[in-house]
Design a protein around this ligand. Structure first.
Ligand code: G6Q
Length: 557
């Protein structure tokens, strides 16, 4: 494998720099002068309809971004990922989350192998077991130790073993089975376990310990708390079999699963070539499979795969994740954007921005390239967001009129999950239409703004005119789909996975390691003794930490 290309050494980078220096964004003017712009910059990827016409680019910038993609070898790196090359070099691993959603009968050219193993066959072997187990829980065939059917499934996991399942469980709420609820415990703050378990009946509760490594402090601590809670709530006679009936696991470390006391027949594996934040479509999605059923989960995998196919096979000039990733590079490295908002107009996607924060920021928040050399450009931007319209009444002010450039992705669905009508004085309104009107109005206001003349024409007092001007030229992408189905959710997640990949490939970084989370974990182990009162350990801490420990000891009740 040859080393990464320094993007800033390419001809395209120099050209983009020159274009940025003289860039005068004018979405109003561009729309007026170029009737073909909207059609030219609107794309379909699987079921997603993606309008990039309100992006801050003209044809010259777009051309240079595509040249940049060529010069850094984006297509080659993409193909290397799909092939199963060990592109996660700092961990010496293949990166094959795309194999998690390949159909069982995928042809030989699509079927990657790792160390000679047919990974697609392995994926489907585990999926079949996951589906079978979920069916048994859903039908009531799997019971707790007292013979009661399972009413609540509690997923214990953190980071990649939590955020995806939570996000999808919320997003696909209309597809859940009645009478079967999932809850999620992630934080080592004991409040999380205490409040999540409150009101549950141990006899009808099933725990899924989701941990790739089965060594994560938070997850193992919470798993032990839950085990104690379970045993505490059952009679002595039922305690013996309780863990076997009420605990299952998802992990790559089956030996550690057995050590915890979980029957490995009820453990579901995955592989080191699946990164935690790329794992919601592996057995890590078990809680979701129980909630929505195997058929719907398979539809979601189909959606992921459809977007994979688009990314893999579409030329870059029409390739939605590649284009969106390249636009993000333009905004980040040439127009000075430090953040990127993702604004779903779907309450069901309320955890989507949180999910994306891990996907994007853990992947691309890096300061060295994959060969260890320092990056010469800015890398990952801060992703954030909230569902519309709530955000409109909170932080949109800054996006509309603030001094910072905040590119934003707006996501909306034609058909609502809950079609409600509002009736006032006998006149009925489709509430989802009002919702969509807001989605459309916001991107329009951000793109085209409101001039001083337009403000004056409304009779505004001169002194207030400047405050009421909207500068416009605030870039947005509009993503629409017919409805938020399991397939569309899979497509959306895969879209952002590949956007993230594209940006990482341009910057030459390893988007699949996460060494940045390690130091804090190590230090927490070291500081734990000091917090517990070990004076020698406390003495080894820095002055600030010692002072904070002092505060803790003075105020502890
Ligand atoms: C994700 C990260 C991280 C990981 C958690 C949980 O890409 O690796 O968020 O998912 O630290 O790890 P375990 O699944 O091993 O408990």
């Amino acid at each position: 494998m040859t080393g990464p290309v320094d993007p800033s050494s390419t001809g395209a980078w120099a050209r983009l720099g020159a274009l940025a220096a003289e860039f005068e964004p004018d979405l109003r003017g561009w729309f007026e002068a170029d009737p073909g712009r909207v059609e030219r910059l609107t794309f379909t990827a699987a079921d997603l309809y993606v309008d990039l016409s309100k992006s801050l680019v003209d044809d010259r910038v777009l051309g240079a971004l595509l040249e940049l993609a060529d010069e850094v070898g984006l297509a080659d790196r993409r193909d290397a990922m799909f092939r199963g090359d060990r592109i996660n070099v700092t961990e010496d691993r293949a990166v094959l989350h795309t194999a998690l959603r390949l159909p069982a009968d995928a042809g030989p050219d699509e079927r990657p192998s790792v160390d000679g193993e047919d990974v697609v066959a392995e994926v489907h072997e585990v999926l079949d077991r996951v589906y079978d187990f979920a069916d048994r829980v859903r039908s009531g065939a799997w019971t707790g130790v007292t013979g009661e059917r399972i009413r609540t499934v509690v997923n214990i996991g953190i980071g990649g073993s939590d955020l995806g399942p939570v996000m999808a469980y919320e997003a696909l709420a209309p597809y859940r089975q009645d009478g079967l609820e999932c809850r999620f415990i992630s934080n080592i703050d004991p409040t999380d376990a205490a409040t999540t378990l409150a009101g549950l009946d141990p006899a009808s509760t099933l725990f899924i310990v989701s941990s790739k490594t089965f060594g994560t402090l938070e997850t193992l601590t919470n798993a032990r708390l839950c085990r104690a809670w379970l045993l505490d709530g059952l009679s002595d006679q039922d305690k013996t079999e309780a863990v076997a009936r009420h605990f299952v696991a998802v992990s790559t470390a089956l030996d550690k699963v057995a050590e915890f006391g979980i029957d490995t027949d009820n453990a579901f594996g995955f592989w080191d070539w699946v990164g935690g934040r790329y794992s919601m479509d592996s057995a890590i999605g078990l809680s979701l499979v129980v909630a929505i059923g195997p058929e719907r989960f398979a539809e979601m995998l189909g959606g992921f795969h459809a977007m994979d196919e688009h990314f893999r096979r579409t030329d870059l000039a029409h390739n939605v994740p590649a284009l969106m990733g390249l636009l993000n590079v333009w905004y980040t490295n040439f127009l000075g954007a430090g953040t990127h908002a993702v604004l779903p107009y779907a309450q069901l996607l309320h955890r989507f921005p949180a999910y994306l924060q891990q996907l994007t920021m853990e992947s691309n928040g890096k300061g060295v390239r994959w060969d260890g050399s320092p990056v010469s450009t800015d890398t990952g931007e801060v992703f954030w967001g909230e569902p519309g319209t709530n955000g409109q009444h909170a932080f949109y002010q800054l996006i509309h009129q603030g001094t910072r450039l905040v590119p934003a992705d707006f996501i909306a669905f034609v058909n609502p999950a809950y079609p409600l009508q509002d009736t006032v004085d006998g006149h009925s309104t489709d509430v989802h239409q009002l919702f969509l009107a807001n989605f459309l109005a916001q991107t329009r206001a951000l793109a085209f703004g409101k001039t001083a003349e337009e403000v004056r024409a409304e009779g505004t007092a001169e002194a207030v005119v400047p405050a009421r001007v909207f500068p416009g030229n605030r870039p947005t992408a509009s993503i629409m789909a017919p409805a938020l189905t399991p397939s569309v959710l899979g497509q959306l997640v895969a879209l952002y996975e590949h956007i993230t990949f594209t940006q990482g490939a341009v910057w030459g970084i390893d988007s699949f390691d996460q060494w940045g989370v390690e130091l804090g974990k190590q230090l927490a182990q070291q500081v734990a003794a000091a917090v517990a009162g070990d004076t020698a350990a406390a003495g080894e801490q820095d002055a600030s930490t010692q002072q904070l420990l002092g505060y803790y000891w003075r105020h502890r009740q």
